[in-house]
Design a protein around this ligand. Structure first.
Ligand SMILES: [Zn+2]
Length: 218
């Protein structure tokens, strides 16, 4: 279920306030809590929106071959709010001219960084986003940038192992080659923010009493 709440399949929950307690399976079966959690996950699934098409998704124990179209130091910082089991990571509503009900201590506010990449598998531009934690590829990308001066001169395989609190990433750096994808211009900061709007779930807004400004399908 953690997988479904995860907006980009890159979310890391290791810094969450507390993981749910480990309860023996026998005791968990049929409890209202589990039912509620499943219901919530289902309602937040892809069919219910909240997963922008442009988001780079890397499945657990999977990988994606990408070319970064923006330099490491040009990653777009975005304030994301989340709360364990209550609110999956989503951008601050202030970006969209809304009062933000999550801009309070009860929710976490963490700056994520967003890069436009060319995804060879889908042959399209995607946004890749991570918190700068050890459970992300950000440190490896920084190392590459420090050593090489750029992360854009070669293809990079982003490999994800495990999920949630156990999620780890490794990057596999290819030799430098000319970029051969079709589109090389990164999304603008405005476009990036607009794409991330898709992470806001109507259900969450309703639950918290906030109202979306307009239809989520723009
Ligand atoms: Zn906010």
């Amino acid at each position: 279920m953690e997988e479904e709440r995860d907006p980009s399949s890159v979310a890391d929950t290791s810094a969450a306030p507390a993981a749910p307690p480990v309860v023996p399976v026998a005791r968990r079966e049929g409890t209202p809590g589990i039912t509620e959690t499943i219901r919530k996950s289902l309602s937040e699934g892809n069919s219910g929106g909240g997963m922008p098409d442009e988001l780079l998704l890397v499945q657990r124990d999977g990988s994606k071959l990408v070319r970064f179209l923006a330099e490491f130091d040009k990653g777009v910082p975005v304030i994301m709010h989340d709360k364990w089991e209550i609110l999956r990571p989503q951008p601050c509503l202030k970006y969209y001219g809304e009062p933000c009900p999550f801009h309070v201590e009860a929710f976490r506010s963490v700056t994520w960084y967003v890069w436009t990449v060319w995804d060879y598998e889908s042959q399209s531009k995607r946004v890749a986003m991570w918190k700068p934690t050890l459970a992300s590829p950000v440190e490896d990308l920084l190392d590459l940038f420090d050593a090489n001066g750029t992360i854009m001169d070669r293809d990079i395989e982003l490999r994800r192992m495990g999920t949630g609190t156990k999620s780890r990433w490794k990057i596999r750096v290819q030799p430098p080659t000319p970029f051969e994808g079709k589109l090389s211009k990164p999304f603008s900061e405005e476009k990036t923010i607009e794409i991330l709007k898709g992470l806001i779930t109507k259900r969450t807004l309703e639950e918290t009493g906030a109202k979306p400004k307009s239809s989520e399908e723009e």
